[in-house]
Design a protein around this ligand. Structure first.
Ligand code: HEC
Length: 112
């Protein structure tokens, strides 16, 4: 009796944990897709000439820029609105920086 109750509770806890993790990664994918609309899926093909290339830029630089938009230290109506609307978390900011840093693009050739 106890054992089966435990099994049911354990299954329930694992299911909740798994769906929370799935929701979280789905959420990240959704945010990443939003960036792609303007910067290109890999950050290498911006929509407009004055939209920056992200692919191959240093991760720290990208994350710092996102924090600056979030905190209003860097003020741009287009990009600032994105960071607000998507409600980027610190974890998102780090992951987005790493993702675009890993993509190949003209900036990558500047890395030593
Ligand atoms: C609606 C179009 C649009 C979307 C969507 C968008 N951006 Fe931007 N992004 C811009 C523009 C325009 C700039 C240039 C702003 C400026 O001059 O400060 C920019 C600038 C940046 C910069 C600064 C780059 C640099 O070299 O200083 C980073 C980093 C960045 N975006 C990341 C992202 C990420 C990550 C996402 C998705 C969460 C995203 N952007 C979504 C338009 C967009």
């Amino acid at each position: 009796m106890y054992k089966s109750t435990h099994a049911v509770i354990l299954t329930f806890v694992l299911t909740v944990a798994a769906s929370a993790a799935a929701a979280e990664s789905g959420d990240f994918e959704r945010k990443l897709a939003a960036c792609g609309a303007c910067h290109g899926e890999k950050g290498d093909k911006p929509l407009a000439p004055d939209y920056p290339i992200l692919a191959g830029q240093k991760a720290d630089y990208l994350s710092a820029a996102l924090r600056h938009y979030r905190d209003g230290r860097r003020n741009n109506p287009i990009m600032g609105a994105q960071v607000q609307a998507l409600q980027l978390t610190e974890d998102d900011i780090v992951r987005l920086g790493e993702y675009f840093a890993q993509q190949t693009g003209p900036l990558a050739t500047l890395k030593n």
